[in-house]
Design a binder for this molecule. Structure first.
Ligand code: S3P
Length: 430
């Protein structure tokens, strides 16, 4: 589906952010691993997280959907059923990386995971390596890509240092650790989103953090009280960027998750002098079970360029294409480096954002691990191809609202992967 976004006048009003994608994937998987039914309020009903509900059903869980809410009746930590055919993860990288952690612990059972064209280009060796050290047998195409076979085994606990800061790989190893013999430790080079740790703490699992290391002790059973999923700060980021860029805008986005490991983009935006009021969680070394939420009040204003690097990168990884867009409107230069992980997202998001924004009139150059943008005060407009990537489609839409001549987005339908109501929400605010 192609769609044109004309230059907007002022955006105003209130929108509730869609439910968090990362948390929805995790609670559906934890529900499937639990022996007691798990009631989930405000599950994200989007393409990616629907793939997760379908996957857990194929593995023996019963899923009841009632409007926004979902109940998952799991089969238990060590009782995933061997499905008839391949488990289809669709476009969902998080499902592709997290699910094998659980499946690796299913002794004597085998599973094959596959997905769309984008999934088949994204590396899975990063999860195969630790799971093999724990005793499972994994086979990936060319040793690196889907389809991925997981042959479950009795797992042993390991201590594992991640090479890249990845919440997906960390979560995969922690899931495997739940059913391994002993205590499993994962070290990350810098902090990444910690939803899995918070949820495991809620589930009564013995888990603790020591600086960059998280240790989980194996357990017999998981049980979770009903969970309400907060709004997704990564989805909210598109509306926030639109509010900041379109002159005269003033909007309120309600119920946004403000876990400090997820709001790197808001800290960057504030440094760029963007106006976003809200009660962001403070950085903490302690593990907590809660996912804080806040309303965010956004207003248009002038921006300054900034540098994003180091520990900030994983905490804003999905929003870095939006930082490039903001950089086009900011005064001076905006530089992102140390973000080579962007090259293995749903698309190569360094190439995609640089080519895409350049086609709209931006002065932006790619580097091996990021990009450099010269702020020119605005964007002309034109056509941008989302290349099947949900976040690139929404970057194109926001660029159109803030541009001089409007933007045609090729493949706008991709937004439904994480934010099916995006177009309606934008129309309401316009
Ligand atoms: C996610 C982690 C990030 C992020 C992805 C969701 C998660 O990926 O880009 O959209 O839910 O754990 P990596 O862990 O590969 O950095």
């Amino acid at each position: 589906m192609n769609m044109r976004f004309e230059p907007a006048h002022a955006l105003s009003g209130t929108v509730r952010a869609p439910a968090d994608k990362s948390i929805s994937h995790r609670v559906a998987l934890l529900g499937a691993m639990s022996s007691e039914p798990l009631r989930i309020e405000r599950y994200l009903h989007a393409a990616d997280t629907t793939s997760t509900l379908e996957a857990v059903q194929a593995l023996g869980a019963l899923v009841e959907v009632n409007g926004e809410n979902v109940v998952v009746r799991g089969s238990g930590l060590r009782e995933a059923r061997e499905p008839e055919g391949t488990i289809d993860v669709g476009n969902a990288g998080t499902l592709m990386r997290l699910l094998p952690g659980w499946l690796a612990a299913q002794e004597g059972r085998s599973f094959t995971l596959d997905g769309d064209e984008s999934i088949r280009r994204r590396p899975v060796d990063r999860i195969a390596a630790p799971l093999e050290q724990m005793g499972a047998d994994l086979r990936a195409r060319d040793g690196r890509f889907a389809p991925l076979e997981v042959h479950g085994a009795h797992l042993r606990a390991i201590s594992y240092e991640l090479e890249v800061p990845s919440a997906q790989v960390k979560s995969c190893v922690l899931f495997a650790g739940l059913a391994a013999d002993g205590a499993t430790t994962v070290g990350e080079p810098t902090r990444s989103r910690d939803h899995t740790e918070r949820l495991l703490l809620r589930a009564g699992v013995a888990i603790h953090r020591n600086g960059r290391h998280v240790t989980v002790v194996n357990t017999d059973e998981l049980a979770l009280e009903p969970i309400s999923v907060p709004g997704d700060p990564s989805s909210a980021a598109f509306l926030i960027a639109a509010g900041v860029l379109v002159p005269g805008s003033r909007l309120l986005i309600s119920d946004v998750g403000v876990n400090w490991t997820r709001v790197g983009f808001l800290r960057i935006l504030r440094r760029m002098r963007g106006i976003v009021l809200g009660d962001l969680e403070d950085e903490s070394g302690e593990l907590t079970r809660d996912e804080p939420v806040s309303d965010l009040d956004v207003a248009h204003g002038a921006l300054e360029g900034t540098v994003v690097e180091g520990e900030e990168v994983p905490l804003a990884i999905d929003e870095l294409p939006l930082v490039a867009l903001l950089g086009c409107f900011a005064e001076g230069e905006t530089l992102v480096r140390g973000a080579q992980e962007l090259r293995v997202k749903e698309t190569d998001r360094i190439a995609g954002v640089v080519d895409g924004l350049r086609g709209l009139g931006a002065e932006i150059e790619a580097t091996p691990d990021g990009f450099v943008v010269q702020g020119t005060g605005g964007l002309r407009g034109g056509t941008i191809d989302a290349q099947g990537d949900h976040r690139m489609a929404m970057v194109g839409a926001v660029a159109g609202l803030a541009s001089k001549e409007g933007v045609e987005v090729i493949g706008m339908g991709a937004a439904a992967v994480s934010y099916p109501g995006f177009i309606e929400d934008v129309q309401r605010l316009c």
